[in-house]
Design a protein around this ligand. Structure first.
Ligand code: 2P0
Length: 325
């Protein structure tokens, strides 16, 4: 019997990953850049045993569906091949999220599973190898191996992985405020949404053309600790990603009326002189990037428009952590 356990934190992309060049290997069409956060994480333990007759996957103590287990099994197959291990496994994951807000993240989940497998089978993978492995489970998971600012590079199976970006600790001066919007409007998974966009969106070529410029600006912002450039670039990049979905066939959007209200709030706070910028992913929640020194003032303002339970504060977090069983 072989056991291992690890914790990984979720990350939010400032330059989005949107579209796969290779769906099997999970190779992205463009580089992305994220901030790993401290507020949401997953702890996963895995046990490989010759006594098991199938893979089983429990999330928050509930056994998961066959479809969800299949995705995990496919990942475990990669690990078994690497380790020359013929045993089935049991995976137990726990998502730590402040409220039941539908923020379960495949990034923290698959990064934690990669770490747990590495420990269980004593694979002794480097962080780069762990990032490549986690990528095969879920693209954004490769970024959660590292803390702080992280870039995920396009490439082939060997060269597509994430690397941390030197920032002299600037990320500790930033905050990410989550505005939770629970209207359950979404039903295009990010995997399906990306595929539909790559295959049909007339704006997708524009996305691919402009993202390298956004990435360059974002790295400059990190280098120069220029919050305005960081925020403006983050917000513009998110809007471009979401524009591609509206030009797909059939068109779709992750925005809900409440998301638009939140975006409007952020813009009006900015007009009042509070520096803050939004980003959004494959769902209706809005995330607000600000400087830690302005966090209280911005929260106070947001509380006028949103219920306190809708607001969660996150700061920069660390990379993958090995845990005792
Ligand atoms: C990101 N998203 O960069 C982008 C922005 C959603 C919007 O990465 O298919 O769960 O497992 O590789 O990583 C969500 O996609 O997708 C995501 P798969 P994943 O954060």
């Amino acid at each position: 019997m072989y056991k291992g356990k690890a914790r990984a934190y979720t990350n939010i992309a400032l330059i989005k990953y949107w579209g796969k060049e290779n769906e099997t290997l999970i190779l992205p069409m463009n580089n992305s850049l994220s901030l790993t956060l401290d507020a949401f994480y997953t702890e996963t333990s895995v046990t490989f045993s010759e006594e098991y007759t199938q893979d089983r996957f429990f999330l928050d103590d509930k056994q998961q569906s066959e479809a969800a287990t299949k995705k995990i099994s496919a990942f475990l197959d990669l690990v078994r091949a690497k380790a020359n291990c013929p045993f089935f496994a049991q995976v137990n994951s726990r998502n730590f999220v402040p409220t039941a807000a539908g923020l379960a993240s495949s990034a923290s989940g698959l990064a934690a599973l990669a770490g747990a497998c590495n420990a269980a089978l004593d694979l002794q993978l480097s962080q780069t190898e762990l990032s490549r492995l986690a990528r095969r489970g879920s693209g954004s998971a490769c970024r959660s191996i590292f803390g702080g600012f992280v870039e995920w590079h396009t490439g082939d199976d060997d060269t597509s992985y994430a690397t941390p970006i030197a920032s002299e600790g600037w990320e500790k001066e930033l905050s990410m405020l989550f505005i939770l919007i629970n209207d359950k409007a979404k039903d295009v998974s990010s995997r399906d949404g990306m595929r539909r966009t790559v295959e049909t969106s007339s704006y997708y070529s524009g996305w691919l053309e402009s993202t390298p410029h956004d990435l360059k600006k974002l790295k400059q912002a990190i280098r120069e600790k220029d919050f305005q450039l960081l925020g403006e670039t983050t917000e513009a990049n998110a809007l471009k990603m979401h524009a591609t979905t509206m030009a797909a066939t059939p068109p779709f959007t992750y925005w809900s009326p409440e998301s638009l209200r939140a975006m409007d709030c952020v813009r009006s706070l900015r007009q009042k002189g509070l520096a803050c910028y939004f980003t959004m992913d494959a769902g209706p929640n809005v995330k607000v990037l600000c400087q830690r020194k302005d966090e209280e003032a911005i929260l106070t303002q947001l509380k006028k428009d949103f219920h306190p339970e809708q607001l969660i504060v996150a700061h920069a977090g660390q990379g993958l952590v090995d845990l005792p069983m």
